[in-house]
Design a protein around this ligand. Sequence first.
Ligand SMILES: [Zn+2]
Ligand SMILES: [Zn+2]
Length: 102
Amino acid sequence: MLEIRPNCEMCDRDLPPDATEARICSYECTFCADCVDNVLHNVCPNCAGGFVPRPIRPRQARRPGVSLTDQPPGTKRRSLKHRLEDITAFVAATRGIPPEDR
Ligand SMILES: [Zn+2]
Ligand SMILES: [Zn+2]
């Protein structure tokens, strides 16, 4: 089950559970579409994986026991541990390789 993290690890903007601009990698590193498209170029700076839009968990339990109320989103904010110049070099070295070939 996804944790549904509350913010972009890069620019720290809020990414509430219903945000259509939230992007995640396979480890659920979480970023906004703006950072993914313009800074990270579809390279996760933590794991080198590509990104997909984060699915939106329904607000209302339309099936018993499964909703945002039953499994609330995560509250722990995260931020990148890498320095910006490291990220830039990492992205430059990786972005030319399609995610399925990394
Ligand atoms: Zn961002
Ligand atoms: Zn990642």
